[in-house]
Design a binder for this molecule. Structure first.
Ligand code: SF4
Length: 116
């Protein structure tokens, strides 16, 4: 089976063709660089994404957060459940870990200031 993927690793957006056999990428064509090869192989085997969201503090402020690394798309529902269950208290500082190991070795970290 051949899967066609648009690489999102840089603005060029190469169209990459991945031949998949037995759930594994056996060949990659059309990638302009090795980053695209790695991205395409990941997309057909275990796609991952950085999650950006917000959490509500105990006293109702919204705080921007993101995962420190890409998390598995297959785990996205569970990751969002964990994010929605977090209600930290202020003060918070940028880079502070709110949930360690939210998926694998990815943490949930604060990325900005609290706002109402
Ligand atoms: S394959 Fe390389 S050059 Fe092409 S979009 Fe991906 S990162 Fe950019």
């Amino acid at each position: 089976m051949i899967e066609e993927i648009t690489c999102i690793e840089c603005p060029i957006g190469c169209t990459v063709e991945v031949t998949v056999e037995g759930g594994k990428a056996v060949s990659v064509r059309g990638n302009g660089c090795n980053r695209g090869k790695a991205y395409a192989e990941s997309e057909v085997t275990c796609p991952v994404r950085v999650v950006t969201s917000t959490v509500r503090t105990e006293d109702g402020y919204m705080v921007p957060v993101k995962t420190s690394k890409p998390v598995r798309k297959a785990a996205m529902f569970e990751v969002m459940k964990k994010i929605n269950a977090v209600h930290p208290s202020l003060p918070l500082s940028e880079g502070e870990v709110l949930v360690r190991g939210i998926d694998g070795d990815a943490d949930l970290i604060v990325t900005g200031k609290a706002a109402k």
